[in-house]
Design a binder for this molecule. Sequence first.
Ligand code: NDP
Length: 332
Amino acid sequence: SHFYTLTDYPQGLPDRSLFKLETQTLPELADGEVRIRNRWLSVDPYMRGRMNGVRTYVDPFELGQPMEGGAIGEVIESNDASLKVGDRVSHMGGWRDIAQLPAQGVTPLPDLDVPEQAYLGVLGMPGMTAWTGLNLIAECKPGDNVLVSAASGAVGSLAVQLAKAKGCHVVGIAGAAHKLAWLESLGVEPVSYRDRNAHELSDAIKLASPNGIDVYYENVGGICLEAALSQLNEGARIAVCGMIDGYNDAEPTPGPSNLSQLVTRKAKMQGFIVADHWSSYPYFLNEVAPQVAAGKLAYKETVKEGLESTPEAFLALFEGGNTGKMLVKLDS
Ligand code: NDP
């Protein structure tokens, strides 16, 4: 089996050399364990938080130990009655080609007419995050004026479409021209944050959403948050899903200068972690999966080939190298 370890906790943007590909011979399966040949690996922004060496809502990666992450694969050996050879499963034994783990941590894929890697993206953790943040945290209602940052990413691209489907007016912030074009094709007002300061971005948001913002789905922080704050309507709700702009900061940066907008706009800002809402996953799947299968909800993937490309795929998230879900496809 081949797997990645982290050799040190990075300061700032991780250097490629911190990720080391290692080889091990797996022991025989213990009782209750399964062996899985991974076909798809997920890389996600939250993994950066596991590289700081401190516990947040999840333990840090242990230096020198196999890294972890979402993965989809096929059972090739089983010592547990709940799983058999050939089953397609999702689990957290990513960043490696062959995973061996207790069957309790392994979930068979639902039997739906979608490509299996969709369970790492639109129908997996990022999709569930979009649905949770929009519905349960921001309490988005029909007719709301909605703003989403990192709108063409895995989470953002579903958030904008779910809001559109509710009959909302939706503005999406993204970096590259092809991402803005995709958002526009989804009926979203596209706004670029590139080469703009917070004030200019705020003006651009105002042009795209003349009636202000009732719901801000926050994935970025930085100037996106500052610009959004100055366009809030009274009673606005901000769902703080992530703040990727700061994940590689070696020094803490000052917060938005206009946070007091929360007071004058009587707005609410709430963070959340999707894992706490996982009991609602069946409701999410029930609502969203048929629409994905029917092609009514669009999703995109950016696919890097081969286990060796996993660190690059991860690092590219911080440079906007992905449209939709960033994935690694293994050759098996
Ligand atoms: P994405 O697919 O959105 O990938 C990250 C994107 O963020 C990039 O493509 C890039 O798009 C944008 N980006 C990166 N750096 C910056 C920057 N400095 N300023 C502006 N935009 C930037 O990732 P996910 O969909 O997986 O995650 C989106 C957010 O949701 C992240 O903040 C993540 O941490 C958070 N999250 C939170 C969860 C929770 O439970 N709270 C669960 C899952 C995700 P562009 O080209 O437009 O710049």
